[in-house]
Design a binder for this molecule. Structure first.
Ligand SMILES: [Zn+2]
Ligand SMILES: [Zn+2]
Ligand SMILES: [Zn+2]
Length: 97
C-alpha cells in the first residue's frame, strides 16, 4: 500500500470537472474593499474565486474557514494544481516554487 497517497479530498478531480468560476473579475472580496491580490484560486466545491495565501487578505483560505470547502485549484493561466486546506497538502505536476 502506498503510504504517500494524496489525501482523500484530492482524488478524482481532473481538470474540467470544476464548477464554473463565480467571478471573471478576480477576487470579489478584495474588490469590495479596494485591495489587491497576488494569485487567484478556484474553490472546486462551489466555484468561488478567492486570493491566495501570498495575497494580503487570503480570501481563499477564509472561504475554506467559513464554508468548509476543502480543495482549491489554481486559477492562474497554465496552472491546474490542487491544494487541500485541512490536510495542508497538494497534488501537482507543475508545483509552484
Ligand atoms: Zn484533504
Ligand atoms: Zn481577496
Ligand atoms: Zn466553495
Amino acid at each position: 500500500m502506498a503510504a504517500l497517497e494524496v489525501c482523500r479530498h484530492l482524488g478524482g478531480r481532473p481538470a474540467g470537472t470544476d464548477p464554473e468560476p463565480l467571478s471573471d473579475d478576480g477576487c470579489a472580496q478584495c474588490r469590495l474593499i479596494g485591495a489587491g491580490w497576488n494569485s487567484l484560486r478556484l474553490c472546486v466545491s462551489c466555484g468561488n474565486i478567492g486570493c491566495c495565501d501570498d495575497s494580503p487578505h487570503r480570501h481563499s483560505r477564509e472561504h475554506f474557514a467559513i464554508t468548509g470547502h476543502p480543495v482549491i485549484r489554481s486559477h492562474e493561466p497554465g496552472e491546474d494544481w490542487l491544494w487541500c486546506y485541512p490536510d495542508d497538502t497538494g497534488s501537482a505536476d507543475s508545483w509552484p516554487g
